[in-house]
Design a protein around this ligand. Structure first.
Ligand SMILES: Nc1ncnc2c1ncn2[C@@H]1O[C@H](COP(=O)(O)OP(=O)(O)OP(=O)(O)O)[C@@H](O)[C@H]1O
Length: 524
């Protein structure tokens, strides 16, 4: 059976002992082999409680009883033979800290993880193969946008693109292994060199992406590759508010790389010639996972706990973005899509109204849907991006004449994406602050109204106070609107730039009559 290029799988772990002790409940129901529902407890403004159900659909959904063996047999094993035929197989474990990524990848004592299960298969096939294939492993991590070799004393390395546009990590140690035991011992050694940090969410949470490559080589020639990427915790910057500056910076970097990763997987899914892999170090070093013959499996790990509902929904929405396109939506991405993605919002309008957090129950309603986004898209203001290059590429009289022009245009595009990601963070933070202010103002208004109803109240005081309150509201809305306009404008610019890029790319390629191809795999 020909497997899809991208598979998205969700795995729910069991409640942990400490979650049970804290009386947290299981809020994730697996409704079929491909679907699940998350039950989120909410409270209306009038304090009535209700449960909102969020439905999701994926290629495969596993409940807490599933074993690593089952997951391996379904998602990875069928792809191993493709690695022997020149493909690059990449398996990502995605999810918040403590959701089961390490359990899935590495396993635990007496529970083999995907690393071990895949290695066993690879070795079996190599010994059955008449070619003299060698197995080499490399293992590195990306921490704070820096690459560290886990097999060579965490030496810091750099990634460079060579003349053939292949990204190489200069000086990365590649170790030949001849048995599964050898391989697991070396992985164990590499893991002992991984960075772990301390966050509010999990004492031992990993804050780096770990990349394990198992390469198949014939002499010096790469035949195929299996890569496992244990991604850093997916929590968004907002979770790290109480942490140290360093932890917050890590958080922002992790967020950026995860968004860039999603964009690259989308590009792969849509067979785009241009992959925005320069969006982060992670996607740069994984360039060959997104080009040539490649198969990708994304395992989204989720916690079932009521205490993790927000993270669980974020993880599921992220995974949903990748899956949605897999279902055959080949139309070019609209601005709404880009906006919805970057905000990690559901793309389809939903009828659900999100109610303010429980600790502030008497507040105004906050609509979580992109109605604001649509309004935002209609707002056209002058782009805040004033770089000369951007102006040049958007000038209708400018055309890309060769690959060099395209390359420079692509770099400008990636800078703009980085700017948009920063603006997104700022916008969300400001929006949250705005809501807090509105909550305080509403409280003041209620007191004011209560007082004016009392006998003998001073109406002039009331009018003066109400005036000041309304002015504060207007000022707050104006500030937020300004940020929204800048963000919106940059997103519009990005849409225009990307359309022009693809148009020029086709023209230049037609001119040259050449096609991109991945020599290393195709030659074999
Ligand atoms: N499928 C599972 N079955 C049983 N226990 C599990 C399962 N998945 C995870 N666990 C347990 O949940 C806890 C957290 O899992 P794990 O350490 O794998 O999370 P993680 O996502 O790798 O976290 P981090 O990002 O902090 O490394 C561990 O105690 C692990 O044993």
């Amino acid at each position: 059976m020909d497997r899809p290029k991208i598979q998205v799988i969700v795995r729910k772990r069991p409640l942990t002992a400490s979650e049970i002790k804290k009386k947290e409940t299981d809020i994730v129901d697996i409704t079929s082999r491909e679907s699940l529902i998350v039950r989120e407890d909410k409270q209306k403004v009038d304090l009535t409680k209700f449960t909102e159900g969020h439905n999701f659909l994926y290629d495969q959904v596993y409940d807490e009883t599933a074993t690593n063996q089952e997951i391996y047999q379904f998602c990875i094993q069928p792809l191993i033979s493709a690695a022997f035929e020149g493909s690059h197989i990449t398996c990502f474990a995605y999810g918040q800290t403590g959701s089961g990524k390490t359990y899935t990848m590495l396993g635990e004592s007496r529970v083999p993880g995907l690393y071990l299960l895949a290695s066993q298969d690879v070795f079996e096939r190599v010994s059955a193969n008449s070619h003299k294939l060698k197995i080499l492993i490399s293992f590195y991590e990306i921490y704070c946008a820096k690459i560290h070799d886990l097999l060579n004393e965490r030496q810091q390395l750099v990634a460079r693109e060579d003349a053939n546009q292949k990204v190489n990590i200069v000086g990365l140690m590649e170790t030949e292994v001849s048995t599964v035991e050898d391989l697991m011992r070396i992985i164990g050694f590499g893991l002992s060199n991984r960075v772990v940090g301390v966050t509010g969410a999990n004492d031992e949470s990993s804050r780096s992406h770990a990349v394990l490559n198992i390469s198949l080589k014939l002499g010096r020639k790469l035949v195929g590759k299996v890569s496992f990427i244990d991604l850093a915790g997916s929590e968004r910057g907002a979770d790290t508010v109480d942490n140290s500056k360093q932890t917050r910076i890590d958080g922002a970097e992790i967020n950026k790389s995860l968004l860039a990763l999603k964009e690259c997987i989308r590009a792969l899914d849509q067979d785009k010639k241009h992959t925005p892999f320069r969006g982060s170090i992670l996607t740069q070093v994984l360039k060959d996972s997104f080009t040539g013959k490649s198969k990708t499996v994304m395992i989204a790990n989720i916690s079932p706990s009521s205490g993790d509902v927000e993270h669980t929904l974020n993880t599921l929405r992220y995974a949903d973005r990748v899956k949605e396109l897999k279902k055959g939506n080949k139309s070019p991405r609209g601005v709404q899509d880009i906006l919805a993605d970057s905000l990690l919002l559901p793309r389809k309008p939903s009828t659900v109204t999100k109610v303010q957090e429980k600790k502030k129950p008497q507040t105004a309603k906050v609509n979580s849907q992109p109605t604001g986004a649509n309004r935002l898209l209609a707002t056209r203001s002058r782009s805040s991006t004033t770089e000369d290059s951007l102006g040049k590429y958007l000038n209708p009289n400018w055309r890309a004449m060769n690959e060099q022009d395209l390359q420079e245009m692509s770099e400008t595009h990636e800078k703009l994406i980085a700017k948009i990601l920063n603006e997104e963070e700022e916008l969300i933070t400001s929006h949250k602050q705005h809501i807090d202010t509105i909550v305080d103002i509403v409280k003041e208004e209620m007191i004011l109204l209560n007082n004016v109803d009392k006998p003998g109240s001073d109406v002039e005081d009331y009018v003066g106070s109400l005036n000041r309150i309304l002015e504060r509201k207007i000022e707050g809305i104006r500030e937020l609107q300004a940020k929204l306009n800048t963000f919106s404008s940059d997103i519009n610019t990005e849409g225009l730039l990307s359309r022009r890029f693809y148009q020029f790319q086709n023209e230049v390629l037609d001119l040259q009559g050449t096609e991109e191809n991945d020599g290393a795999f195709n030659d074999y």
